[in-house]
Design a protein around this ligand. Sequence first.
Ligand SMILES: C[S@@+](CC[C@H](N)C(=O)[O-])C[C@H]1O[C@@H](n2cnc3c(N)ncnc32)[C@H](O)[C@@H]1O
Length: 299
Amino acid sequence: MTSLLQYIFSYIEKNNPAHAARLNVLIDLNDKFFVSKAESFFTRYKSFIEKKGLTIDYGIDCYLKLCAQMVFERLEFMRSGKYASSSFADVEKQIYLNPEMFEYHMHGLVFAQFLWPEQFTRFNFFSNHIGKELKSRSKYLEIGGGHALYILEAMNQAPENVSFQLVDISPSSMELAKGIMEGLKIDFQLKNIFDFAPEEKFDFITMGEVIEHVEDPLALLIKVRELLTPGGTAFITTPANAPTIDHIYLFNNADEIRELFIKAGFKIVNEAVQFAENVTEEKARKYKIALMYAAFVKP
Ligand SMILES: C[S@@+](CC[C@H](N)C(=O)[O-])C[C@H]1O[C@@H](n2cnc3c(N)ncnc32)[C@H](O)[C@@H]1O
């Protein structure tokens, strides 16, 4: 195992042995692709967080806090069958515009991208296809870029002529994305995607884990379709049954997601689906286990 991952695993082992035991079962540290991607992303994160006068321990603490918070959210979800928030205005006030609340969440998500297998499957799916997808493209947009893992991967695989833009509503996400992308040429726009009105269209759009954050995901999907050139492609992901502090719109299964994509005028070209726990499909449905859904779609 390489040094940063080794450090992260031993820190979790010391501070939350039960979670470390779970990670040891779920994560294959002999997977060279996983290790190299995780190591290089955590190296960027470490450099960013140290410039803020903190250490990587801060990020791992955020991750452990996120995991603990999610247990609580899941208990509430199993009891009520609903997500805790249903209004965007509430989430905006309490979370996006409240750095203390949102920062730990986003920093925790940095680690979840690699330590939650369904999250890494999502990234792996993107990484395996994005180089080919960007071969003849010139304008790339990411909506809700958060930790910037996806736009960084796209940039690493894209031809030189492609321009990159990132729109995010949260100042904390924007700070994190700028820190991770330091030294790279990218146009950052701090705004609600519904207020984004560019003059030109994009031939590739990535929007990972955003539609569950809005009250009307159909309107957002239509907005994405309208921002795309007619021959463009979008990579869109969203979870089902995944309660967290900032999720508003509940999808109950993958079919509901597919149906909404089609209703918004998209054709699904390629998709990846994975439950967050290694259980049978019957059990996953019964216990409403979170599901990751990712797809490349075309207008
Ligand atoms: C869960 S994070 C997703 C991060 C990353 N895209 C991924 O796939 O893991 C959601 C991001 O979407 C942003 N976001 C939520 N609603 C938005 C909106 N209406 N307009 C722009 N960004 C939004 C949040 O600030 C956050 O950075």
